[in-house]
Design a protein around this ligand. Structure first.
Ligand SMILES: [Ca+2]
Ligand SMILES: [Ca+2]
Length: 326
């Protein structure tokens, strides 16, 4: 039986409706939650200020936040009571965001010879280290002196977020030595990032990664071989450093856990107000039936964003909020 094909006309859909599934045709935004009173949004660069007068923006990672403006038109700004009570603006890789892996794969590689295909060119031995590339992996072998390193240098952009990764291949059998992988603004400095095996047995083979925010244009990667005996070695491969694109960053406020806080003033919302926020670690917090009237201290929890609502927040809106801040 032959199959007869007919030209089929599909109904033409509005791309906005079909993508978002929202009859209003507008993308979800936290300020569309019913009963919204205030919205504090770390990704909104125009809402973060280092001073109460909104003259110095908090734009670079580790800039302090004295004033976090309410993104709604209600003007219920969050203000730290003193400079000492300012949390810090931070940015971190949003590794769980859709498309992150593909975006990172497309970023330029900043490490010269991180794959060690034929040799250890591009890396500098310090002290009595010997560098080689047997079988296409990076071997760092110590001589008589302890705690020396192999380094390479990168050119970064101040304030940008970078992901560093490497594969830990293994070490020589006489294993009283271990790897101390460092990122700093000086050779073997640890001011930007560090991962190390402080308990020896836990340093499994495979990919390790960490992120850092550049504070200088010249950044050093150093692989320190800690402890051990003469001729001990460690082996790494695929050392990579790439900038994390802006679209794949989480923006958040980092509190010191001591006195940092943002205070706002709200109208009398009675005892059924709700507060929702997304913590920096990706955990959403919903607190219903809150008594809010007048002075209100925002929870001093490292977070990406927070809203205050007069009344409950529906489960559907909570899901949308979580997706918005994912
Ligand atoms: Ca403080
Ligand atoms: Ca290799």
């Amino acid at each position: 039986m032959s199959l007869v094909r007919f030209p089929v006309r599909f109904p033409v859909r509005s791309p906005v409706r079909s993508v978002l599934g929202d009859v209003s045709g507008l993308a979800f935004s936290p300020d569309r939650v019913s009963g919204i009173q205030a919205w504090y949004d770390l990704p909104t660069s125009t809402s973060r200020w280092q001073d109460t007068g909104a003259t110095v923006a908090a734009t670079a990672p580790s800039d302090p936040i004295r004033l976090l403006q309410d993104v709604t038109a209600n003007g219920r700004d969050g203000v730290a009571p003193s400079d000492a009570a300012r949390g810090l603006y931070k940015a971190a890789a949003a590794t769980g965001r859709a498309g992150y892996a593909a975006a990172m794969a497309a970023q330029p590689e900043l490490v010269t010879n991180g794959t060690f295909d034929t040799d250890a060119t591009g890396w500098t031995a310090h002290g009595s280290m010997t560098l080689s590339a047997p079988s296409g992996v990076f071997r760092i072998q110590r001589g008589v002196s302890i705690n020396q390193n192999a380094s390479t240098v990168l050119t970064c952009e101040v304030g940008k977020v970078y992901r560093v990764s490497f594969d830990y291949v293994g070490r020589s059998p006489d294993s009283t030595h271990y790897t101390d992988f460092r990122v700093g603004t000086t050779i073997a400095g640890i001011d930007l990032a560090r991962t190390q095996d402080s308990s020896l047995a836990e340093f499994s083979t495979g990919e390790k990664s960490l992120t850092f925010v550049a504070t200088a244009t010249t950044v050093y990667i150093a692989v320190v071989l800690r402890n051990g005996a003469s001729d001990d070695y460690i082996e790494l491969d695929n050392v990579s450093v790439k900038e994390v694109p802006a679209a794949y960053l989480h923006r958040y406020v980092d509190y010191d856990g001591v006195d940092d806080v943002l205070n706002a003033t709200l109208p009398n919302l009675g005892s059924t107000a709700s507060v929702w926020y997304m913590k920096q670690d990706g955990t959403a917090v919903y607190a219903a039936n809150q008594s809010i009237s007048g002075a209100y201290a925002l929870p001093a929890v490292d977070m990406r964003g927070l809203i205050i609502v007069d009344g409950p927040i529906s489960a559907s809106d909570q899901t949308k909020l979580a997706t918005y801040y994912a």
